[in-house]
Design a protein around this ligand. Structure first.
Ligand code: SDX
Length: 430
């Protein structure tokens, strides 16, 4: 960034000049790094609605246009023409791989899919009815207790090994969490299968019989992974970056990201959305729920609608909707009441002035649950699958941050409105 433009800020007799940087895409940014030192003031932006927390070259969202680019490539092209591990390479290294580079990368990932066998005991410490996200938070954080040779963030080699291990092992951890909650035996990874097929087999195979992965379902699964892979500085990615800025090991940072993603306002929305569609139950009850979503006295919101950045359609939802039709048709699930409710809810909401005025469109979580439900996943596995897909984005963003020589620990300030100085009073005098 070498722009010479400045924004002039004058207040309380002070005249400040804030450098303005022009990005390759998106709004200009005002550099306020010297504001406190020179102006003795903070900026105030809870929720970071107007704040760029970092410089990045990985993902870009044009919210008004409904465009999402991974290293400049449109998400719909990648979802329809590429595949998840190639997208992982692109997000991690910045360019699409050559054929040889892709073969070598896929081989490295494939050869790290197994967990240290002693980790299998960790799962047994959870109750069988533990939410798989609780298990994933715990087991991913515990990776740093088993892989000491890839926790030194100052060593680029160890950072690279940790990145490959994380991408390779997260499907195994998610599948084991699913199997454990179902009371079934773990199915070890099969290195002869592609990433998505391997995950489906680990989830749905049983040791007692042959399991053949349906290639259409594997393609739909792979596409879901790609659609969720990265998304700029969303809440969970910002969590990973903030945790990583202290020098915490990569496994601990990813565990923090998983914890943040779990929330229903974020990655937990796919599970909440399907539960909402089930609660609506029939198309004729949709108006009742739309009314509730508009009622300020009711905390209810339409899960799967709205977005901090997209003020037009979410391009991922468009691809996901096409996938939903394909998967349901393949599975012969014609009269899917839930899909009917989803499509009617989308139609009604997009015509309703409240939603139009607030630019609330279906987001990535609106249709994903319908596909995952049709594929046989319980709703409790929806967010773990989102977390699994997003792991490469978290890792790519973490690597970009750790590799930045300008890295400083993230330490926001505050607008303090609490009690000012006062002296302690002994309890007998109060
Ligand atoms: C993800 O950041 C990312 O990129 C996230 C994500 C990713 O890939 O990482 O895209 C994944 O998290 C998608 C979002 C999934 N969440 C949901 O579907 C939950 C439902 N959506 C809302 O909770 C909400 O839309 C958010 C959290 C997604 C966005 O919230 P914002 O940007 O903080 O907007 P807001 O809450 O300030 O809402 C603006 C207005 C409010 O009304 P007013 O106070 O202005 O009158 O819109 C209303 C809100 O009440 N509103 C909704 C609504 N979402 C916003 N009203 C009804 N239903 C909704 N879903």
């Amino acid at each position: 960034m070498s722009d010479k433009r400045v924004a002039k800020l004058s207040f309380d007799g002070k005249e400040l000049e804030l450098p303005i940087y022009s990005p390759s895409a998106g709004p200009d940014v005002l550099d306020i790094t010297k504001l406190y030192a020179e102006g003795d003031v903070f900026t105030y932006d809870p929720g970071f609605t107007s704040t760029a927390s970092c410089e990045s070259t990985i993902t870009f969202i044009a919210g008004g246009k409904g465009e999402l680019l991974y290293r400049g490539y449109p998400i719909d092209q990648l979802a329809n023409e590429s595949h998840y591990l190639e997208v992982c390479y692109l997000l991690l290294y910045g360019e699409l791989p050559s054929e040889d580079e892709l073969v070598e990368f896929e081989s490295r990932v494939t050869n790290h899919t197994m967990l240290h066998d002693q980790m299998n005991h960790l799962f047994r410490g959870f109750r069988r009815d533990a939410h798989p996200m609780a298990i994933m938070c715990g087991v991913v954080g515990a990776l740093s207790a088993f892989y000491h040779d890839s926790t030194d963030v100052a060593d680029p080699q160890q950072r690279e090994i940790a990145s490959i291990r994380m991408i390779a092992k997260i499907p195994t951890i998610a599948a084991y969490a699913f199997k454990y909650s179902a009371g079934q035996a773990f199915v070890y990874p099969d290195n002869n299968l592609d990433y998505a097929s391997n995950f489906l087999r680990m989830c749905f195979a049983v040791p007692t019989e042959e399991y053949v992965v349906n290639p259409i379902l594997a393609k739909a699964m792979d596409r879901i992974f790609t659609l969720h892979a990265d998304h700029e500085q969303n809440a969970s990615t910002s969590t990973v970056r903030l945790a990583g800025s202290s020098g915490a090991n990569p496994f601990a940072c990813i565990a923090a990201g998983i914890a943040c993603l779990w929330g229903p306002a974020h990655g937990g929305a796919n599970e909440a959305c399907l539960n909402m569609l089930r609660e609506i139950g029939t198309v004729d009850r949709i108006p009742e729920f739309v009314a509730r979503a508009k009622d300020k006295s009711d905390p209810f919101r339409l899960m799967g609608f709205g977005h901090r950045v997209y003020k037009n359609f979410d391009p991922r939802a468009t691809v996901m909707k096409e996938s939903a039709d394909e998967v349901l048709e393949l599975l012969g699930i014609e009269d899917n009441e839930i899909l009917k409710i989803a499509k009617e809810l989308e139609r009604i909401a997009l015509e309703d002035p409240y939603f139009v005025e607030k630019k609330l469109y279906p987001n990535v979580d609106f249709y994903s649950g319908i596909i995952l439900d049709a594929m046989g996943f319980p709703t409790s596995m929806f967010t773990p699958i989102f977390a699994m897909s997003r792991t490469v984005g978290w890792i790519a963003q973490w690597k970009e941050m750790i590799g930045d020589p300008k890295l400083k620990i993230g330490r926001p300030r505050q607008l303090y409105t609490g009690a000012t100085h006062r002296d302690y009073v002994d309890v007998k005098d109060r």
